[in-house]
Design a protein around this ligand. Structure first.
Ligand SMILES: [Zn+2]
Length: 295
């Protein structure tokens, strides 16, 4: 029996097996990188790359953009005294922002909502009474969103196209049917200064400056005087970095696919959520109430 021809074949097989093993190890290593395609936010099930999504993206914590653009968002208003002051400040900075209004407040102060829209800001749905939507049945959620949709349309003549769940609390299933029924994109955030805990204006400013990068969606609540006090310095500092403020819909319109290499080398989230912070589907501070308006 002649064994000679089988020896090179065996060597070839050995070589292929070795090469395969090395390349698999390479893949495994890159999977272990602390890649964070979506920065920290309260919602966790949207960490899949956008390219893997079947249809258009529904939920945004931040947006991958090429330019120095960010979206500042103000939740829970309008507030009778603070929102007009904020609008004056925004006008002085030539900034456009997004207001996630609570329907009850929008219905009470439609003229403030109207002014905000007239001055180029985006008005979006933040529910009617700021409940924990993730814990509610579909009919109740639908009423919360529809009443607010109606109040916004009554104030400014057009329907909103974005919604943000109070506390960031919403289930994956709710996102889908809300998007199907209302056409809303679901907007969370990647920068949270925790201003509702009233840490003082300088802390609010520092947290925003530390966490904001191009494409960020910044959460704030213009219903607290200390948040408003923090804004002039915050805006000055972000502008000094060359960042430009656009509405959330404008930011989404600038979305670019995240290159695979950039995704693999993206730094880990800068600040993890504190314990007890909202998590997808399980969310909610112990006592969700309008007094703890995170989100
Ligand atoms: Zn809120």
């Amino acid at each position: 029996m002649n064994l000679l021809p089988s020896i090179p074949l065996f060597r070839l097989f050995l070589f292929c097996a070795l090469a395969l093993s090395v390349s698999e190890r390479g893949v495994a290593q890159s999977d272990n990188l602390p890649a964070a395609r979506e920065p920290a936010g309260p919602v966790t099930n949207d960490s899949a790359p956008a390219s893997a999504a079947a249809g258009p993206r529904v939920t945004f914590n931040s947006v991958h953009v090429d330019g120095p653009y960010v979206a500042m968002t103000f939740d829970d208003g309008p507030n009778a005294t603070l929102t007009p002051k904020l609008l004056d400040l925004l006008a002085a900075h030539l900034m456009k922002v997004t207001f996630f209004v609570v329907g009850e407040n929008a219905a009470e102060y439609p003229e403030i909502v109207k002014r905000a829209a007239r001055e180029g800001h985006e008005i979006a749905n933040h529910s009617w009474s700021h409940p924990n939507l993730g814990k509610m049945g579909d009919d109740a959620v639908r009423r919360e969103l529809q009443k607010t949709d109606d109040a916004i349309r009554a104030a400014i003549g057009v329907r909103p196209t974005l919604m943000r769940p109070p506390y960031g609390s919403i289930t994956a299933r709710q996102k889908e049917w809300i998007n199907d029924s209302f056409g809303y994109k679901i907007i969370i955030w990647d920068v949270d200064p925790l201003d509702w805990k009233r840490p003082g204006p300088s802390v609010v400013t520092r947290r925003i400056l530390e966490e904001t990068r191009p494409g960020s969606i910044i959460l704030a609540h213009a219903i607290h005087p200390s948040t408003l006090e923090a804004m002039p310095t915050t805006f000055d500092q972000l502008e000094a970095r060359g960042l430009k403020f656009v509405t959330v819909s404008e930011l989404i319109a600038m979305a670019r696919p995240l290159p695979p290499k950039a995704a693999a080398s993206a730094p880990p989230a800068r600040r993890s959520r504190p314990a007890g912070a909202p998590q997808e589907d399980t969310v909610a501070p112990a006592q969700p109430s309008p007094a703890i308006p995170n989100g």
